[in-house]
Design a protein around this ligand. Structure first.
Ligand SMILES: [Fe+2]
Length: 283
């Protein structure tokens, strides 16, 4: 256990990303603790706040507001409450959340309420290091590029034809037609540069030909997800993950769908809230 000068304890999850946090109750945190948590979050990129069994969705929403405005998810538009439940497999791909929007959320919180007997871990990758561990020549090459992001690319499978008919989705497509983001973005709080492409939503590097774009995106995706740049969390009920979408990707491991703990119910329920829209910038 690494003891920092904080009112809670922090234990790193791997050499390069992620930390578990002990000694916090999200229902009762002072402004000082919130400031300390933000510092730890910026340092470790992903925090797992352990032991939040007692927190309900409104506690989660209130805690999220301490870090920014709750974000209205493009695909969960009807809920007035920004906290929504996820109880179906929703992963199997590396991504950062909602990069298909002009202003994606800077952070996501995911709170484990019910878990399968086995499986359903989540992985994260450190996108600062993904950029920094490229060769200098490759860093220079990708730093000036921009890429298109499109939710159709990923949601076609779970949403099917409703992508063509859902009025809110159609409106969003009109409002945000394939936003272009810098391939390397500067984090406004840390000043560090991070790679910002992902296999789920990034469809095309604008300055390259289609075949060049495919090859470079494949290279960057493979490079970003090397085990050395990642951590993996095995969930316990009450864990609250809090990650920075500006400098991480995550991978929900969909190996749990057949593992039903309660007949007739999904064996996994996570409550989720995303926080604070922000336009990615290169400098
Ligand atoms: Fe996600």
């Amino acid at each position: 256990m690494v003891r920092l000068e904080t009112s809670f304890q922090v234990r790193p999850m791997s050499g390069n990303i992620g930390a578990e946090v002990f000694g916090i109750d999200i229902r009762d945190v002072s402004d000082e603790v919130v400031a300390e948590l933000r510092e730890a979050w910026l340092e470790h990129l992903v925090l797992i706040l352990v032991g939040q069994e007692e927190a309900d969705p409104s506690d989660l929403g209130a805690f999220a507001r301490r870090f920014g405005e709750p974000y209205r998810h493009i695909l969960f538009p009807d809920t007035a409450d920004p906290v929504h439940a996820i109880n179906v497999p929703a992963g199997g791909f590396w991504h950062s959340d909602v990069t298909f929007a002009e202003e994606p959320p800077i952070a996501t919180m995911l709170h484990a309420r019910r878990l399968p007997a086995k499986g359903g871990d989540t992985m994260w990758a450190n996108m600062y290091l993904a950029y920094e561990t490229l060769s200098f020549a490759m860093q220079k090459f990708v730093a000036g590029l921009t890429a298109r992001h499109d939710f159709d690319h990923f949601y076609r499978y779970p949403m099917g034809d409703s992508l063509e008919t859902d009025q809110f989705v159609l409106d969003q497509k009109r409002l945000f037609p394939l936003p272009a983001h810098p391939v390397v973005r500067r984090h406004p709080e840390t000043g560090r540069e991070a790679l910002y492409v992902n296999e789920s939503f990034t469809t095309r590097i604008e300055e390259l030909s289609p075949s060049e774009s495919d090859a470079i995106l494949e290279l960057l995706n493979a490079h970003s997800t090397r085990p050395e740049l990642t951590c993996r969390h095995r969930w316990s009920v009450g864990d609250l993950a809090f990650w920075d979408n500006r400098c991480t990707m995550h991978y929900p491991i969909d190996d749990w769908a057949g593992s039903f703990a309660t007949p007739g119910q999904s064996s996994r329920q996570m409550n989720r809230v995303t926080i604070q829209a922000e336009r990615p910038v290169a400098d």
